[in-house]
Design a protein around this ligand. Structure first.
Ligand SMILES: [Zn+2]
Length: 246
């Protein structure tokens, strides 16, 4: 059976300095295949190397890199995987989303030159037939998620079609750059699988039954460095917040 591990945790963090862009990066082991879902951005490259090392995965061991969509926080480290097959929906390269991020046309052009396999809803990835594509547009035009058979249950890696648990409660993602109706239908399509565990784009993995439960503690630190002075560390851990400050 296939397994899923978190390589880089995803989170939805807003700061007065802008977005940290912490998209979830996940590794699937299926038979002999090693599939990476999303890559993160260059600001997380060092941590990506460290965590891949901990999982004893060499970058060359990754046969497939799935690009959920072309937003910078999910896709920019694709340049580290030039011996992998790149899995993407062609619509993501061709159709414009109404996008507050600049369209990453350089990234589209770069990806077209790689060993690309274009996929659509239901396409199986890897040999063991345990991993298949769920087309989940709305957030962007060609967004894709993955259904992974990990045992009796099917777990789903959702990307930004279902970026966090809050989006699940609302029935739509926080940010929609392409089509609201499609985004709502994508959430319905994902939930119709009755997933055991959801691995979201910007949150920690959670199970849905008997109630929504996070599988791990949420905790991360920020260090503020000042020249010639002491560093200032702040550690965040999961406590419900009554109020959003940003
Ligand atoms: Zn996105």
């Amino acid at each position: 059976m296939a397994s899923i591990e978190t390589v880089l945790p995803g989170s939805t963090v807003r700061t007065t300095l802008g977005s940290l862009g912490a998209a979830g990066v996940y590794l699937i082991r299926s038979g002999e295949d090693r599939i990476l879902y999303d890559t993160g951005h260059p600001g997380r490259k060092k941590i990506l190397f460290r965590e891949m090392g901990k999982l004893k995965i060499n970058f060359k061991d990754v046969n497939y890199v799935v690009i959920s969509h072309l937003h910078w926080d999910h896709a920019l480290n694709v340049s580290l995987f030039n011996s992998s097959k790149i899995i993407i929906d062609k619509k993501e390269l061709e159709e414009d989303s109404e996008d507050e991020y600049p369209r990453v046309s350089l990234l589209s052009d770069y990806i077209r030159q790689l060993d690309v396999r274009y996929v659509s809803n239901g396409t199986k990835i890897a040999d063991a037939n345990e991993v298949s594509v769920i087309s989940s547009p709305g957030h962007t035009a060609g967004h894709i998620s993955l259904a992974v058979r990990t045992g009796e249950a099917v777990d789903i890696i959702t990307g930004d079609s279902l970026p966090n648990a809050r989006a699940m409660h609302r029935g739509e993602p926080d940010l929609i750059f392409f089509d609201k109706r499609a985004a709502i239908n994508s959430v319905k399509a994902i939930l119709s699988y009755k997933p055991g565990i959801i691995y979201p784009g910007h949150d920690s993995p959670f199970s849905l039954e008997p109630q929504l439960t996070y599988l791990s503690e949420i905790k991360f630190g920020v260090t503020y460095r000042t020249e010639g002075e002491e560093d200032y560390d702040v550690v965040f851990s999961r406590e419900p917040s009554k109020k959003s400050y940003f």
